[in-house]
Design a protein. Structure first.
Length: 87
């Protein structure tokens, strides 16, 4: 497979290569977060639930921004390492 061709045609999605879902610490942390969210929801009225859902959505958007920035930093570092290797 020609990786540059795959990248050009948009067939490569970096998140496809993530193996975080197989990480035991990730699974444990996700379970804890989900459990606590559900527990909190049972104590909220409808207006508070709506506000909480909007908070979760905003937090997800924020996380996506941070994750993309980390990806760019890592990609740039990797590129610099490859360039340095060819000097």
């Amino acid at each position: 497979m020609d990786i540059l061709k795959e990248l050009w045609y948009g067939n490569i999605t970096p998140t496809e290569y993530s193996r975080i879902e197989n990480n035991a610490n990730y699974k444990e942390a996700l379970s804890l977060v989900t459990k606590q969210q559900e527990r909190l929801k049972t104590t909220l009225n409808d207006e508070q639930k709506d506000l909480f859902e909007r908070l979760l959505t905003a937090n997800e958007e924020f996380s996506n921004i941070i994750e993309f920035d980390c990806f760019k930093v890592g990609f740039r570092l990797g590129t610099r390492l490859v360039i340095e290797a060819y000097k």
